[in-house]
Design a protein around this ligand. Sequence first.
Ligand SMILES: *[C@@H]1O[C@H](CO)[C@@H](O)[C@H](O)[C@H]1NC(C)=O
Length: 331
Amino acid sequence: MLHCFYGLVCLSALLAFATFAGAQTDCPVQLNPERVVVRHGGSVTADCSTSVQHQGIGWEASQGAVSMITDKSLITWRVSELTEWDIEPFCFINYKKGDKLHQCLVKLPVTVYKTPDSVSISTVNHSGPMMEGKEYKLQCDVLGVAPVQYLTVKWYKGQTLLNQTTFNDNIKTPVNKTATLLIRPDRADDGAQYKCVAELVLGAEGPSPTESAFNAEVYYKPKYSISTETIFKGDDVLLNCTVKANPAPTYIWDHLKETSSSSVLQSSELSPGNYTCTATNTRGGDSKVFIIKSNDQTTFWAIILSGVAVIVVLIISYLIFKFNSSPNSII
Ligand SMILES: *[C@@H]1O[C@H](CO)[C@@H](O)[C@H](O)[C@H]1NC(C)=O
């Protein structure tokens, strides 16, 4: 017998013993498999066997019941088309222990599933392109799925898992469920794929997930990462004002008269100075300034030469001054 020094240790030891006994020796039957996962309308089988002498063994179930028999040690519960949503089969046995007749049973847990009739993703109270920085609600409708307690709805942007929802209802028949996700898209999300994936998490025997996706279009204004660019004038000057934006922006150069022009300006005629370009779309605008500096070789050498000339003149003046003011040093 167990020695119980501490109440709690003793209690858990007894519980462990009782659980072990319940599964293994209390009722002398073995189920194979011990639990099943089956599609609604699908087929299912499970064996019940015993190694003891018995007065009868059978399966009780609302579908596929097997009447008690006495001449076999293995009987099979078999349903070719399971139509019940809530089925609780059990195998029972009558046997003698000493000269007393015992009856006991072991339940077979059955999970009946149905993949969704449809899964669809949509934006709530909105259609068309989304505006950068604004909040939107995505909705995923999962219709006709069972059992909902095993359902997980996962949200993805591209390959990235954003969120997931599970459901606690203990309903065995098919239900409709909705999951939502708040998003605040930015410019990088233009063209991104949002996806909701409805998955019945039932292990290896379970079904594959069902998904629905949509590609986001995001409107955003032009924004230059560098707002000033300095260019040294050579023979040819290339000013590139191109910027990403959605819808595509129009460009205006402040020194040109036309309102709509190209984003790239190439010219050999541009004189040094500042040139501003403004990109604009329906969301807003941004400007970039190009500073053209002269890169004239003659100017460069003129500065160097005049500098050298000034230094030479200074040295000569100093020497003349020194020679004239110190007569004693001359022999
Ligand atoms: C689920 O939605 C469908 C379509 O809207 C409807 O026909 C069906 O009755 C709904 N099922 C339940 C269980 O509410």
